[in-house]
Design a protein around this ligand. Sequence first.
Ligand SMILES: Nc1ncnc2c1ncn2[C@@H]1O[C@H](COP(=O)(O)OP(=O)(O)OP(=O)(O)O)[C@@H](O)[C@H]1O
Length: 255
Amino acid sequence: MRGSEGPALAFENVAKSYGGTRAVQGVSVQIEPGQFVALVGASGSGKSTLLKTVNRLVEPSAGRVLFEGEDVAGLPLAALRRRIGYVFQSIGLFPHMTVAENIGIGPRLAGQKIGTSRVSELLELVELDAEMARRMPEALSGGQRQRVGVARALAGDPHLLLMDEPFGALDPVTRDSLGERVRGLHQEFGLTTVMVTHDMAEALLLADRVLVMDEGQIVADEHPQALVAGGGGEIAQALVAVPRHQAERLAELSR
Ligand SMILES: Nc1ncnc2c1ncn2[C@@H]1O[C@H](COP(=O)(O)OP(=O)(O)OP(=O)(O)O)[C@@H](O)[C@H]1O
């Protein structure tokens, strides 16, 4: 089960600057084990930068990130990344490797091999046929590739799943069904999940906690119900207004 009591993830005064750009400005927030957190905000608000401080794709300029109570800066990189599943929009499957090899890449880098039955099991979790294991990534649709990306992220039995716009490039139907599937897997495996998204509707429907970022800071930290009820302040409400207006217009059409 979980490696420690206490928060799964803690950001303590985390800041990151790129030259003169202050991408993240003193973020302190804790994420409890089992939470599904959406990180929402306008383009350039610092969401991806904050997320990447967890698996050290970005090193903070100040502050620290604790994963299960340990400062990530002090953990060997390979061991840290093995404990964290990471899914991102452009997927990053290796084109010269089969689906099975792509799924097994994390464990393989850690000196372990995953067998055919484990690959089949992982494919089944993301609702793909076991036959896909032998295919090359170019022979998959975008949605299927993204499912392989999720399977790969789960291959190391992570406690924590980080997702950066995981469904951004998918058509709405695939996006919806893969979102639901990931929510189901989150539940089934007792994961802690942090998902970056532009889409407030997706955040409200999938997450149980929504963090809103603006100019490198967290400006709202609310349950979806509270946001829908009008909470979280002006910036959060401007984002909630988009799906709300859409829902109202659809309701008008059915009158
Ligand atoms: N490697 C980098 N070098 C220089 N500036 C960067 C780098 N990465 C991000 N930035 C800048 O930091 C700020 C925050 O970027 P970040 O990608 O974290 O935002 P975001 O909220 O995830 O945006 P988006 O939703 O568009 O992906 C932006 O101003 C961006 O231009």
